[in-house]
Design a protein. Structure first.
Length: 388
């Protein structure tokens, strides 16, 4: 009998493979939680809202406005929210960002070109989406670093400590802090409309329906957290994959039209989002296992995207892959609204980087350190030598 692979944040794929083959729908009695690993089951859990709810707490917590956002809402309100949000966050509005995204990328790369080295994460893939989303929302440049700290805290669950009046140290509540910040911005935009996304969201209306304040707060926080983390890790993971497969960067430098397909393979091979959560709202069956109402489910997207039953040579990284129906951005009604923006940013980022630095090389003496989350996949730092 083969031994169970050790869970490794940088290489969870052997563990995923073992679970798909040995216990694809497994129950953890300690957490009253089901873990689902195969493609078809993960896709069903993500899309079958009649059995698996996105509203994990079955209500809205005022201290956590993200619980009122698209990601935590079921139909019929989810449809209304998505319709309202898409009025302000249209494909055309996203595409119009392309020149500014390219400008930001070129500015960020100047350090690497000048110094002959850079940290892909700190100098490029982290600031790019922060700047883009901050400008979309009308957030001043001076507040960007604070937003990144809030975003990291929500994803990793590691919060900063603060001292209360009695001198005792307690963890901060990043969602509450973000909500307070955005509340002030929303009130300001009500008085002084601007050409930013918050004003657009305030003006969105469908059949007399508008976004409530808590729903608007939830979307702003969701966009900040999901937009920052997903795009940062998508760009970084692309660089990791190119470094691990010699000749690929040079090929893409000479065939820029192949970059979008390469990014899709990165989304499959090293999915920025590795897992999502649902809660059962009716008794249902998965692979002969009975899931009861109230039990939570972890849908392992990272495992589904390596399922041998759906992807030939699933453990190989292949930028020429043609059949690539990955679910890195989810599936069904909760398919990521920000996917076009993430894809656009990653495409322009790689075009700009490979044009300026086609012969980059990772500093192998710098060990990779995972960001510390089972939800998203990425590294904290990725130093490279920059050779034009």
């Amino acid at each position: 009998m083969s031994s169970v692979p050790v869970w490794d944040e940088l290489n969870p794929f052997p563990w995923y493979q073992f679970m798909r083959q040995s216990d694809p729908v497994s129950f953890s009695s300690n957490h009253n939680n089901w873990n689902v690993f195969c493609y078809d089951d993960v896709r069903r859990v993500l899309s079958d809202y009649e059995c698996f709810s996105s509203n994990m707490h079955q209500g809205h917590d005022p201290n956590y406005p993200i619980s009122a956002s698209l990601i935590s809402t079921d139909p019929p309100r989810h449809r209304q929210l998505r319709t309202l949000v898409t009025q302000a966050f249209t494909p055309r509005a996203v595409e119009e960002l392309a020149p500014r995204i390219r400008e930001i990328c070129e500015e960020l790369l100047q350090k690497g070109i000048r110094d002959g080295e850079m940290d892909v994460v700190q100098d490029f893939s982290y600031p790019l989406p922060v700047i883009v989303i901050a400008e979309l929302l009308g957030i001043p440049a001076k507040d960007r670093d604070q937003f990144k700290r809030w975003s990291d805290a929500v994803v990793t669950g590691v919060h900063e400590m603060e001292q209360d009046p009695s001198g005792e140290l307690t963890p901060t509540n990043p969602q509450k802090e973000m909500a307070h910040y955005f509340m002030e911005m929303i009130e300001r935009r009500k008085r002084e409309p601007s050409a930013d996304l918050i004003t657009g969201l305030l003006n969105a209306s469908e059949d007399g329906q508008t976004l409530s304040t808590v729903e608007l707060l939830g979307f702003c926080i969701l966009l900040l957290v999901a937009g920052n983390e997903t795009t940062t890790n998508l760009i970084t993971n692309t660089m990791l994959c190119l470094d691990e497969h010699p000749g690929t960067a040079e090929y893409l430098s000479a065939h820029m039209d192949a970059i979008p397909n390469a990014i899709e393979e990165v989304l499959r091979f090293r999915s920025p989002v590795q897992s999502m959560f649902r809660v059962a709202i009716k008794e249902t069956q998965l692979k002969g296992k009975t899931i009861l109402p109230g039990q939570s489910i972890t849908a392992w997207i990272g495992s589904a995207n390596h399922d041998e039953g759906h992807f030939e040579r699933a453990e190989e990284f292949d930028i020429h892959r043609t059949e690539n129906r990955h679910i890195a951005f989810g599936h069904g009604i909760h398919f990521c609204l920000g996917a076009p923006l993430a894809r656009l940013e990653a495409k322009i980022a790689m075009e700009t980087l490979l044009t300026s630095l086609p012969h980059f090389k990772r500093k192998s003496n710098h060990p990779l350190s995972p960001i510390g989350s089972s939800i998203v996949y990425g590294v904290k730092s990725l130093p490279i030598e920059c050779h034009a």
